[in-house]
Write a protein that binds this ligand. Sequence first.
Ligand code: 8YV
Length: 311
Amino acid sequence: MKPGLLQMYPLTPQMEAELQKRFRVHRWYEISDKQAFLQAEAETVKAVVTGGHIGVAPDLSAALPNLEIVAINGVGFDKVDLAQARERGFRVTNTPDVLTEDVAELAIGLSIALMRQIVRADHYVRSREWEKAEMPLANKASRKRYGIYGLGRIGKAIASRLEAFNAKISYCSRQRQDVPYEYHASAVSLAKGCDILIVAAAATPETRHVIDRHVLEALGPDGALVNIARGSLVDEKALVDILSAGGLKGAALDVFENEPHVPDELIAMPNVVLVPHVGAATHETRGEMGRLVLANLDAHFAGKDLPTPVV
Ligand code: 8YV
């Protein structure tokens, strides 16, 4: 009999078809009586497929006694209990590299959208305001001072794209790196020296609310924040307060602390660009991510080395 697999959220039709060939797939998000399901099926579940933004709650993975692998359709593994995985011996995999370009290009797109007020400009035409008056001037996105918090694969890909903008690029990361950008040892120092602060670090216990009130105040009323990492890295209440008080020029956000719920105050702000966690949400990249998830699952159940293991 095929092993049981728990699917935590909707996937592409192609990926779901491939999973159905290999596993008895249970769509967790469609199960109404979850306790009854676990009583009946928990022992048959050997694999879980989830998104980086969703993960697997520790009490759920703990309720699957024969769990062998959690395959994350994403690069972030902050929502999977790695300590439990190590202790119990189930594997955890993710999909790094294949989504780096997508997330980096969204960071650039959000920066341009924010500085050039593209969302407002689109509305300006559709609302026919343009028939009454020219749109007020915006600001350049090029030749600005960009600070990147987190210079991993995605942070480096953002920096390399910013070089084409004739931007002054600085960064803050766990250690100084051999790159042609200015290093800052703290987020506050990085914020003081940039116009646009892009958050690109992994979500860890240490980076929770690392972009706090002090950092946002250091970024200042002419500064702008872009977050394409995780909502948990930014103190969202402080962000709302400071934006409401005019303490920041604006913000462009792909991720939020309590997705998919976005604070009403942010929804109402004209100087905030909001997108629904679409950093890697392209046909091309979701195809690549799906193939990597399947490669990890196939390798595991064939007793082979995993392509992209986390644990
Ligand atoms: C994923 C993400 O695309 O990679 C991650 O960790 O959060 C996103 O880029 C999302 O999790 C859907 O799988």
